[in-house]
Design a protein around this ligand. Structure first.
Ligand SMILES: *Cc1c(COP(=O)(O)O)cnc(C)c1O
Length: 368
């Protein structure tokens, strides 16, 4: 799908902010730590290739969620390590080998399936995943980890890393975090053949548990300047949000008291009101649950009135503004601002989801 560039709706991405966020995190962790930038899901909506190219000199590698995301980076000429965090089916092993993409191996069953399908894993670069309590993917005991590493090596795979993932690193209650950490630390210290790279830290762990980093971090949301906990825990140091979302007024009118707005006629004007229309809707990721939320125009909050439709959103204006007036949905306008986390709060979700929902229809415009 083409991005809709003949429309004023645009996501502006500040690549310099992403670089300064990476540097800020790196300044607060041990210097020998490797940084893997998590650019899965199109770099959380920021554009995987553009972001990866902009930060390549600052990081040791990239994490993606599936093989295709890794192939996209290779096709764009990126040469660093690429680790696929999810499970890749054995049938795709030749592609991973051909493009030097590192796979996560999360079970002995995967290896058995690969053997059953006569897939050759000679030379395949892999990291073994440990499920220390997240309950998603990974081996759940030292015996399983040892067995998997030895078996992978017996078939010629290069076991370069071992890692785990925390479920609650962004919470004030550290109980489960401590349990997972103790389990993983103990497991790693008893491995028969310990891989060179050991990693466990997502953004939340890097920010709030920087003393527990092994020798690499997997930095996602923090690099994009957002707080992994939403508003729950304060950031230990400043990060700058990299994405803003803007559009322009494309229609302005005055409606009389009693006039309705939008599908379902859910909004009724209480007095004569000015209504502005924005060329953005749920097909852009600006979802219907944002009815009743607000946008910024000229430094003022304007309520989203009526249902958000697929391609258009209506707002109440304090007065008649000219067509083309700048409207901020995420970002700053005058002294006011709306953060991605504010949008997430209204939707009762997390800032990650707001970013990932921004669809391909919205052009990404880069500043450096
Ligand atoms: C997405 C992901 C990360 C990055 O998480 P952030 O909270 O965005 O830093 C790290 N590790 C794994 C396994 C992931 O799936």
């Amino acid at each position: 799908m083409y991005a809709s560039t003949h429309r004023p709706t645009v996501a502006k991405i500040d690549l310099a902010a992403i670089r300064s966020n990476i540097k800020a995190v790196q300044a607060h962790i041990p210097t020998a730590t490797k940084t893997y930038a998590v650019v899965k899901a199109n770099a959380y909506g920021h554009g995987a290739v553009a972001v990866a190219k902009a930060i390549a000199p600052l990081v040791d590698g990239f994490c993606v969620s599936n093989l295709d995301e890794g192939l996209e980076l290779r096709k764009a000429g990126l040469e660093q390590d690429i680790l696929v965090l999810g499970v890749v089916l054995p049938e795709a092993i030749p592609l991973a080998l051909a493009h030097q993409i590192t796979l996560t191996i999360a079970s002995k069953e995967w290896l058995e399936l690969a053997q059953h399908e006569n897939a050759l894993i000679e030379g395949l670069r892999v990291h073994v995943k440990v499920d220390s309590g997240m309950g998603r993917i990974g081996v759940r005991s030292l015996a399983e980890a040892d067995d998997l590493i030895v078996s992978l090596q017996a078939y010629g795979a290069q076991v370069e890393g071992i890692f785990t993932h925390f479920a609650t690193a962004d919470e004030a209650d550290t109980h489960q975090f401590e349990e997972q950490l103790a389990f993983f630390t103990d497991l790693v210290s008893h491995l028969q053949r310990k891989p060179a790279l050991v990693h466990a830290s997502n953004s939340a762990t890097s920010l709030w548990h920087s003393e527990t980093i092994f020798n690499a971090i997997r930095l996602g949301i923090g690099m994009y300047g957002l707080n992994p906990s939403g508003h729950a825990l304060p950031l230990p140091y400043h990060l700058k949000p990299a994405l803003s979302l803007e559009t322009q007024l494309v229609h302005v009118k005055q409606i009389p008291a009693g006039a309705k707005v939008g599908y379902g006629a859910t909004y009724t004007a209480k007095a004569p009101e000015y209504v502005g229309t924005l060329p953005i809707g749920y097909a852009d990721g600006w979802t219907r649950d944002l009815q009743g939320f607000y946008v910024l125009l000229d430094g003022q909050a304007c309520e989203i009135i009526g249902r958000i439709s697929m391609d258009q959103t209506t707002i109440r204006l304090p007065k008649a503004y000219p067509l083309g007036s700048r409207v901020v949905l995420i970002g700053e306008s005058g002294v006011r601002s709306i953060s991605t986390t504010d949008v997430a709060d209204k939707k009762e979700t997390i800032n990650y989801e707001v970013l990932c929902l921004l669809s391909d229809r919205v052009p990404r415009c880069y500043a450096d």
